[in-house]
Design a protein around this ligand. Structure first.
Ligand code: GDP
Ligand code: MG
Length: 325
């Protein structure tokens, strides 16, 4: 594979090259991993930066419909939009984006949009790594906005929030008692809460729900990365395409404020550092997955079970005997 040529095609904005590169970073093969590392290093020099927007919400809240409407609004303004998904459950559900591609029919056909479904991997660490790398590839390809969708299974919201500049929580109109259903930790990560389906019969309920969440947000601890008034709750309708312009204006205002006040650069630096740490951890864990390492684990494990060796001594011997790569 010609990595140099692939990188040039990605920089030129070729969507097929981008798709191939994402397939490459998703691969578990050692030679593919080496090629992916080389590619990411070449592309890191581009210095291109997108607005990375994390989007979370339970199934049925309208994420796909929102991404379609919001994405089309952005491409309508001449922006290029990439959509990625973090869905550790996708092996079971068949992929959160692929499953309802019909809801993103128009965006999927838009030449200024790129949609990539979640890979069928159940291991969150693996999905997280692949998504982080896919985000970097999309940035190098010149996308202005990268939307990262998650259904919020287990820790996936945290994973997405950690790789995003802005984190949106999409909610449905609901009775007051359901407010408690949103975990405090998720509320604390949100920069913007969007109460979707503020249309037709649901409009009044959506407005009330929005006020409830605005109240709940005010009770949270103040964060240094927020200007006055943030985090904020707003109503939108993905179907009627209302509230999307104001939501976008708030996102830009927040991003601009964070840039001007140094929070943006700090956060990006922290993210890069945490990416590095996770990369080292993953690589160390991968060393346990080679055939020799597995054989060592099996034989020493058996000796520990028989009482021939203590667990601590056995662990040390395995670590000493572990192949370098
Ligand atoms: N009334 C109304 N229904 C919506 C809106 N957005 C999504 N829906 C409906 O909610 C259902 C789930 O939407 P979907 O986008 O698939 O949700 P997801 O599971 O979060 O991706 C579908 O029947 C949509 O038509 C909205 O703004 N208003
Ligand atoms: Mg969906």
């Amino acid at each position: 594979m010609d990595i140099k040529a692939l990188s040039e095609n990605i920089l030129a904005g070729d969507r097929r090259a981008l798709a191939r590169a994402i397939t490459l970073v998703e691969s578990g093969r050692a030679d593919h991993r080496a090629a992916a590392t080389e590619l990411l290093a070449l592309l890191a020099r581009s210095g291109r930066e997108a607005l990375r927007i994390g989007l979370s919400g339970t199934p049925g809240v309208g994420k796909s419909t929102f991404i379609e409407s919001f994405g089309l609004m952005l491409t309508g303004q001449g922006l290029r939009v990439a959509v990625l998904a973090v869905d550790p459950s996708s092996a079971r559900s068949g992929g959160s984006i692929l499953g309802d591609k019909t809801r993103m029919e128009h965006l999927a056909r838009d030449p200024n949009a790129f949609i990539r479904p979640s890979p069928s991997q159940t291991h969150l660490g693996g999905v997280a790594r692949r998504t982080r790398e896919a985000v970097a590839l999309c940035e190098a390809a010149g996308y202005d906005v990268v939307l990262i969708e998650t259904v919020g299974v287990g820790q996936s919201e945290t994973v997405v929030a950690e790789m995003s500049d802005l984190f949106l929580l999409l909610l449905a109109p609901a009775g007051g008692d359901e407010l408690q259903g949103v975990k405090r930790g998720i509320m604390e990560m949100a920069d913007l809460i969007l109460v979707n389906k503020a249309d037709g019969d649901l409009k009044a309920t959506a407005t009330r729900t929005c006020a409830d969440y605005a109240g709940a947000l005010r009770l949270l601890r103040k964060r240094v990365q927020d200007p006055p008034g943030f985090p904020k709750a707003m109503t939108v309708s993905a179907v009627e395409q209302t509230g999307l312009e104001s939501a976008w204006a708030e996102m830009r205002a927040l991003a601009d404020w964070r840039r001007e006040h140094g929070h943006w650069a700090n956060r990006r630096a922290e993210q890069a550092q945490s990416w590095f740490v996770q990369e080292v951890r993953q690589a160390l864990l991968a060393r346990l997955e080679t055939p020799q390492a597995r054989a060592l684990m099996t034989s020493f494990g058996a000796q520990v079970a028989e009482g021939a060796l203590g667990p601590v001594a056995a662990a040390q011997q395995v670590l000493d005997a572990l192949p370098e790569r």
